[in-house]
Design a protein around this ligand. Sequence first.
Ligand code: SAM
Length: 285
Amino acid sequence: MYSQLWVEEQYKEFLGLRYKVDKVLFSGKSEFQTVDVVETVGHGRMLLNDGYVMVTERDEFIYHDMIAHVPLFVHPNPLKVLIIGGGDGGTAREVLRHSKVESVTMVEIDKMVTDACIEFIPKTAACLSDPRVTLKFEDGVSFVKKTAEKYDVILVDSTDPIGPATPLFNEDFYRDVHAILADDGIVVSQGESTFYEAEMQTKLMQIKNGLFDISMLYQFTNSTYPGGLWAFTYASKGLHPIRDFKADRVVESGLDFEYYNAKMHSSAFSLPTFVEKRLAHLIKE
Ligand code: SAM
């Protein structure tokens, strides 16, 4: 007998993506959002926040490779890394593979997300017990405002601009991020759907263009994010993602990847014409 249980992510008012579910592993409601972990038939374990797919075991490597390795292979000395959000642990896992990284501070607003992933999605969350990781369960917006630390790389691994993540897409937040970024620091942020969230993506690029010396967009394709084509925004106080990228460092690292590689690194910044037309005036190289 096949399971008749399906989970449907409703995206905007016009799109739904359905996944067949074998088993519901966790369902909770925190003060911030609903948190569900389900075992799907086709994509392994899946985390949903407020009904939106965050991570699936089958394709999480794409997002996590690209948010982490692009900046970490550009920065020559990424000692201190800050992750805002990222409660499933996948981004921290990839960051920790870089031997130069001395500390990873992960600021996740919702402890329920991380607890559920530690218990049910160890593939992404098991790394969170690494001694280089400091977990802080608090709002990333207030953390960046008050911290006295400076970071070499900041990764904004947030949900969509709904609920607690809304201010993570505002200029005030990025002013604070700019202030705590080291002189040659890099900030990479979840940059939304190129196809369905053009307005929000453009707004993020406007903010980064106004604050940073370098602001660019790079893309990846992920089967479980609506529209398939998704993006990260890249900004830096001085390091260019292609000119300052030394492909030899990828080989020398001895690391093995499922999605990322040196060619992918540079080609991800080549934008389709409809995106280039929309963003050309905001790309600062
Ligand atoms: N890869 C995912 C995606 O884009 O679908 C995002 C992964 S991660 C689960 C996103 C996390 O950001 C969530 O766990 C959420 O609780 C967290 N988050 C949202 N707003 C936040 C805030 N203001 N401060 C810190 N974390 C926040």
